[in-house]
Every structure is written in structure tokens, then in C-alpha cells.
Design a protein around this ligand. Structure first.
Ligand SMILES: Cc1cc2nc3c(=O)[nH]c(=O)nc-3n(C[C@H](O)[C@H](O)[C@H](O)COP(=O)(O)OP(=O)(O)OC[C@H]3O[C@@H](n4cnc5c(N)ncnc54)[C@H](O)[C@@H]3O)c2cc1C
Length: 486
């Protein structure tokens, strides 16, 4: 059989893009099919990661400026700044990122086809373009990287005017004074802190007890402190009753019952806007998976092995479509590793801990075991803490809210987990990651010179704090510093 391509990729998000780039470096002929007729780059550039972070950066700068210099007339940020000014920054970043993706694809001679891609059999893809013209291609391999979609609400509909979703919230023309966020999880929490930094009074209505259940308990306590000292109010175990527009009062009313309230009575919040953040599900329907026996799990994700190969030979999958961790960060690596596997190029496995970051204000990031995980697994661990209030760089930046926590094995000081809330957490985590990936222990942070002032200093402070705890528990310092067991 003759093939048009060595690999055809469905979806141009981070998983598809990185698979395409890596495959082209192996001198393979690549076609990316993208259903979005305006943009390449997927949720990563156009709907999620980059746009929300661009807004966050603008909100952070405004908050910092207000904290340091105030406003001579005591105005809130929403009285001083227009949403349009903040989004200008987002637009320019999106334009440059979109252009960069296009240029990279052209430079690496990667073909693109705009339209809906469907698998006909394990070597055939059909693309229906926006004029309903169908083109068929033959390929040796297929990568499915079609991402995921958010659920829509049952009780009301999103009109993109007063009731928004995670995309239309980025088209607001002004900074709202009141915002109700309906939804759990990272995206709800990120947007809550972003708008709170802009002075908006935010109400989060979460239908679960734990909004971020995977956090280390001490980091969770810090999150609660952040919420309590902000303009955010959070209700848990919420049952939504109604979302209606009140013409007389020109506001939207959100009625709900919260399991946490003693009487579980009906409560009503008046708001300018509602932001709905639904649950995600993989884009695995209507793409022809049934034509080639690709196994799905109970939630519809494509099941893959450690090389991102599905149950059907020559069909690979990467990114949100395979489920956890469903982050752009991981999708980039998965797409590249899928390319290595399909063209028999030696590579590493994505074993070990994957870090995550929550781009709230302040940031949260973690890798490895929490203290609770380690205790549950019966591992004898000690923790070391560094509060940002003791870190000079945080003082200078007036960013004293924060904690870096190390979890390490008591007998040999091996680092098992790092949990951070505070400025630069998403960058800081990678020092912990590299010590952990080389099976290192917390002596690293004591034996190396760490720039001063810097946030990284928190590692040194936390390491000494942890060692003191080991010492107080009865282990002699000489033994703690003894390297013979390393
Ligand atoms: C608001 C928000 C904030 C986020 N913030 C972060 C963050 O800070 N850090 C982080 O790491 N991750 C973040 N994420 C998650 C991140 O965006 C996703 O994990 C990542 O984009 C997934 O990449 P992907 O390649 O699997 O799919 P996607 O980026 O979703 O791309 C899939 C592409 O496939 C296309 N497609 C679908 N079906 C077809 C078809 N049949 N034919 C052709 N094309 C098709 C779609 O149009 C889309 O362009 C965020 C997500 C959101 C929504």
C-alpha cells in the first residue's frame, strides 16, 4: 500500500503539535487535521492555558501596584481599569503564539488540513472541511489528540452575555463588581482569585465538599486563609435551585441550597455575571474509533499503554483525550513520546511524579507524595516548612503569603514530595522535581549555595526546619549529616 503520510494527527493542541514537530525531526511526512477553522493550537493557545494566564498576569500586576502604591482616591481596580485594557495584553500574546505555531509548522514542512477528521480504518482518515468537501488520506500511523469538552449546565443556558463559560468570560467588556462562579476544581478557583484581585466580589458555588481534594492538607489550610482574606465567598455541597434575570433589579439571581449551611435553606445571591465551569469529558465521539476497535475506559478516555499506543495497532493517543493529568504541560511530553514510539526511536518513559500547577493568585504547585499519602502508605516521613514571611525576597515583593513544604523520609532524608503555595510556586517546583528525579535528599538544599534574595531560598529554610525536627525527635546531628547511606 502507498501512504500519503507517515502520521496523521487529529487535533493541533499541545499533544498534536508536539507529536508533529518530533515526527518532522525524524524526517517523517506529517499532516495535522484541525477542526477549528480560525486557529491552530487547540485549547492551549486559544481557549485555556494562555488566555487565562494572560488575564491573570494583568490582574496580578494591578493587585501588586495597588498593594504597594494604593490609589489616591481609594478607588477599586474595577473603577480604574477597563477589562478591554487587560484583554489587550491577552490578545497580543494570543496573536504572537498563534503566529509562532503557524511558522513552526511551515518551517518544519508539516501539512495542515482544516476540517473534521474521522478515522475510517486504521490507515485511512477522512477530512470534511467547512464547505462539506470530503478528502481521504492514507497514513501509516494515526495520533488522536482531539482534547476534551466541558459539560453545559442542566438548569440554565449560557447566553455569553450575563451567563458565561470559561471562554466568554474572556470577552467581558468591563470588570464585574459581582461574579458567581458555578463549578469545582482548578479553573473555578483560578478565575475566582483572578477576579478577586481586580476587586470583584466573587461567590463560588461548588457542588462538592472538597474543591481541590488532591492538595496537601496544610496547603489546603493556606488556601482557606487566602479565601478568607479576599473578596471570595465559598459555598460547598451546593444544590443549585435557579438562575434567573431580574429585570426590575437589573441583576441575575442565583438561588441555591448549601449542605454546609445549618438549615439548608434557600439562599439567593444577586450578581452581574455568572461563570459556569462544567466537568470535562474526552472528545472521543464521532471520530470513527468504533471503526478500528480502540478501547475506551468508563469515562470515554482512550486507553493507552506507556508508549501512548491504543489497543489498535498504529493508532496512538495523547493529551486530554487519554485523561489524567489533562494538562498542556503533560500533553506536550505525551505527544512527543508517542512520535518516538511510532517511529521506533528510543526514548524515556513518563514514569515518576508529574508536577501540577494551579495558577491562582497566589500560585499553588506540587509534586510527589503529600504528608497524608506518605502516612497512609506507612512511610516514616518528616516535613520541613518555610513560610514566605521568613523569606527576604517575599518581603521585598510584599508577597508574604506562602508556604513551601518538603516531605522527606526520616531515616535517609530522601525527598518524596514538595508542596508550595505562594509567588513563583509553578517555577520553584522544578528544583524539587530535579532532586526527586535523581533520588536526591534534602541535604542538596543545605550543601549548595542558593541565590539571595530569591524565592528558592525557601528550600534551604525548609530543609533546615525539617532537619531540626529530625534532631529534636532524637537523631544526632552527626548521623543526620552522615552521607555513608546515600
Ligand atoms: C481555562 C483553562 C485553563 C487551563 N490552564 C492550564 C494551565 O495553566 N496549564 C496547563 O498545563 N494546562 C491548562 N489547561 C489545560 C490545557 O489547556 C489542556 O490540558 C491542553 O490544551 C490539552 O491539550 P490537547 O492537545 O490534548 O487538546 P486541545 O488543546 O484541547 O486540542 C484539541 C484540538 O483538537 C481539535 N479537534 C477535536 N476534534 C477534532 C477532529 N475530529 N478533527 C480535527 N480536529 C479536532 C480541537 O479543535 C482542538 O483544537 C487549561 C484549560 C482551560 C480550559
Amino acid at each position: 500500500m502507498t501512504y500519503d503520510y507517515d502520521v496523521i494527527i487529529l487535533g493541533s493542541g499541545p499533544a498534536g503539535f508536539s507529536c508533529a514537530m518530533q515526527s518532522s525531526k525524524f524526517d517523517k511526512k506529517v499532516l495535522i487535521v484541525e477542526a477549528n477553522d480560525e486557529h491552530l493550537g487547540g485549547t492551549w493557545i486559544n481557549k485555556g492555558t494562555v488566555p487565562s494566564k494572560a488575564l491573570r498576569e494583568a490582574a496580578k500586576s494591578i493587585q501588586k501596584f495597588h498593594r504597594q502604591f494604593g490609589d489616591e482616591r481609594g478607588r477599586k481596580p474595577y473603577e480604574r481599569f477597563k477589562m478591554d485594557d487587560l484583554l489587550q495584553y491577552k490578545r497580543s500574546i494570543l496573536e504572537s503564539k498563534n503566529q509562532k505555531v503557524k511558522n513552526d509548522l511551515i518551517k518544519n514542512e508539516i501539512d495542515t488540513a482544516r476540517g473534521w477528521g474521522k478515522i475510517i480504518d486504521k490507515n485511512t482518515i477522512q477530512v470534511k472541511d467547512h464547505f462539506d468537501k470530503v478528502t481521504t488520506y492514507k497514513t501509516r500511523n494515526i495520533l488522536v489528540s482531539t482534547g476534551g469538552s466541558f459539560s453545559t449546565p442542566d438548569l440554565f443556558s449560557i447566553n455569553h452575555s450575563n451567563i458565561l463559560d470559561y471562554e466568554s468570560v474572556l470577552n467581558l467588556t468591563h470588570i464585574p463588581r459581582r461574579l458567581v462562579i458555578v463549578g469545582n476544581g482548578i479553573i473555578s478557583f483560578e478565575y475566582a482569585t483572578i477576579f478577586s484581585a481586580l476587586g470583584t466580589r466573587v461567590t463560588i458555588l461548588a457542588d462538592r465538599q472538597d474543591m481541590l481534594p488532591f492538595l496537601d492538607k496544610e496547603i489546603e489550610t493556606q488556601v482557606v486563609n487566602v479565601v478568607n482574606s479576599s473578596t471570595i465567598q465559598m459555598f460547598k455541597n451546593v444544590e443549585l435551585q435557579h438562575v434567573t434575570y431580574n429585570k426590575l433589579r437589573t441583576c441575575t439571581e442565583v438561588g441555591f441550597k448549601s449542605g454546609s449551611s445549618e438549615t439548608n435553606r434557600l439562599q439567593v445571591v444577586e450578581t452581574e455575571h455568572v461563570l459556569f465551569v462544567g466537568n470535562t469529558s474526552p472528545n472521543t465521539t464521532n471520530i470513527g474509533l468504533e471503526n478500528c476497535d480502540v478501547d475506551l475506559d468508563d469515562e470515554g478516555h482512550i486507553v493507552v499503554d506507556k508508549n501512548f499506543r491504543s489497543s489498535s495497532q498504529h493508532i496512538y493517543a495523547a493529551g486530554d483525550v487519554i485523561g489524567f493529568p489533562a494538562q498542556a504541560a503533560a500533553s506536550f511530553v505525551q505527544g512527543r513520546l508517542a512520535a518516538c514510539a511510532m517511529f521506533d526511536k528510543q526514548s524515556h518513559n513518563l514514569d515518576g511524579s508529574i508536577p501540577y500547577a494551579i495558577y491562582s493568585i497566589p500560585e499553588i504547585s506540587a509534586i510527589g507524595l503529600t504528608e497524608e499519602d506518605a502516612n497512609n502508605q506507612g512511610i516514616d516521613v518528616t516535613v520541613g516548612r518555610a513560610y514566605y514571611s521568613n523569606i527576604t525576597q517575599a518581603d521585598i515583593n510584599q508577597a508574604e503569603v506562602g508556604l513551601l513544604k518538603l516531605v522527606f523520609q526520616t531515616d535517609n532524608l530522601k525527598l518524596l514530595g514538595v508542596h508550595i503555595i505562594g509567588e513563583n510556586a509553578a517555577d520553584l517546583i522544578h528544583l524539587g522535581q530535579s532532586v526527586m528525579s535523581s533520588n536526591g535528599n534534602i541535604r542538596y538544599f543545605m550543601e549548595h549555595v542558593i541565590n539571595y534574595p530569591s524565592y528558592t531560598e525557601a528550600y534551604r529554610v525548609a530543609a533546615f526546619n525539617g532537619l531540626n525536627r529530625v534532631y529534636k525527635a532524637g537523631t544526632k546531628y552527626k548521623k543526620i549529616l552522615d552521607r555513608t547511606n546515600d
